[in-house]
Design a protein around this ligand. Structure first.
Ligand code: CAA
Length: 284
């Protein structure tokens, strides 16, 4: 099936990044969020990102205008009725996701595909609450979406081959390299990344080294663009804690368990860059 119109549910950091790369690939996008202030914030984020690309000479003004012209915003789910693909990137919590999918199932045309950008929740648990589990898959992008080259395409036990193939081709169309994954917690990347980040926090907690030395160790010793504590601040301490809890609940293995330091920092509101404070201070 040709994907010519995408409904992007949730215009936060991930959703606006996804909407941007989809529109850049020539596909019409309608971005949905629950309140107009969130829609406007998401559209503003896309505009800013495209303007930065123009400043750097990576995009010309007229192309920017064309990309923006392909994106509209709405707070009305009914406006998504004729979309070919719905990508959902709302709050990382099963209940509101299921509630949204049930509504969408009654609104969006029968042949449309639903794809969740969840980083760790079960895709089939969402798909099974709709009348189209065979047209349900995962499309997991990485932050910052315009920069990171990967998308994980997740096939559940119910996803049809045709749906998977359409999603895979779509991932390539928006300029990403596709990794195919089974519907297993954390898929490929977070299954490997999250225990590594949790171990770095455990090393800090145990006094193995300072935060700067832990980060420099991995940046300079292994060529990572960010050290693990910087990266945890970038992703959000609450997000890492939450994904760790999901992985631990599933696998019951120590390396997925959150260290007490992470829990304390989350409780204190030190959530990383977005909060102005995490392992590092971003208040300035
Ligand atoms: N949008 C668009 N472009 C952006 C951007 C954004 N939000 N942030 C950075 N960039 C671009 C910059 O414009 C710059 O482009 P040029 O090279 O063309 O000038 C390029 O990215 C590099 O940026 P900077 O020079 O500002 O800074 P940097 O070199 O430190 O790179 C970074 C920033 C790309 C974020 C880099 O540090 C990096 O790759 N970090 C690791 C990010 C990562 O691991 N992400 C995955 C997180 S896990 C996840 O998302 C999944 C999950 O489920 C938790």
């Amino acid at each position: 099936m040709a994907i010519t119109k995408v409904g992007m549910c949730g215009l936060g950091q991930m959703g606006s990044g996804i909407a941007e790369v989809v529109a850049k690939a020539g596909v019409t996008v309608i971005g949905y969020d629950v309140e107009d202030q969130f829609v406007q914030k998401g559209l503003g984020r896309i505009n800013k990102s495209l303007s930065k690309a123009v400043e750097k000479g990576k995009l010309d003004e007229s192309t920017k205008g064309e990309v923006l012209g392909r994106i509209t915003g709405t707070t009305n789910l009914n406006d998504l009725a004729d979309c070919d693909l719905i990508i959902e990137a709302i709050v990382e919590n099963l209940e509101p996701k299921i509630e949204l999918y049930k509504k969408l199932d009654g609104i969006v045309k029968k042949e449309a595909i639903f794809a969740s950008n969840t980083s760790s929740l079960s895709i089939i648990e969402m798909g099974a609450t709709t009348n189209r589990p065979d047209q349900f898959c995962g499309l997991h992008f990485f932050n910052p979406v315009p920069v990171m080259k990967l998308v994980e395409v997740i096939k559940t036990v119910a996803t049809s081959d045709a749906t998977f193939e359409t999603a895979r081709q779509f991932g390539e169309k928006v300029g990403k390299v596709v990794v195919s994954c089974a519907d297993s917690p954390g898929f490929v990347v977070n299954r490997l990344l999250v225990p590594y980040l949790l171990d770095a926090i455990r090393a800090l907690e145990a006094g193995v080294a300072t935060k700067e030395d832990i980060d420099n160790g991995m940046k300079l010793g292994c060529g990572h663009p960010m050290g693990p504590l910087e990266l945890t601040d970038f992703i959000g301490l609450d997000t890492i804690y939450y994904i760790g809890e999901i992985l631990f609940a599933e696998f019951k293995q120590h390396h997925y368990a959150s260290p007490p330091l992470l829990k304390s920092m989350v409780k204190a509101g030190y959530l990383g860059r977005k909060a102005g404070r995490g392992f590092y201070d971003y208040s300035k």
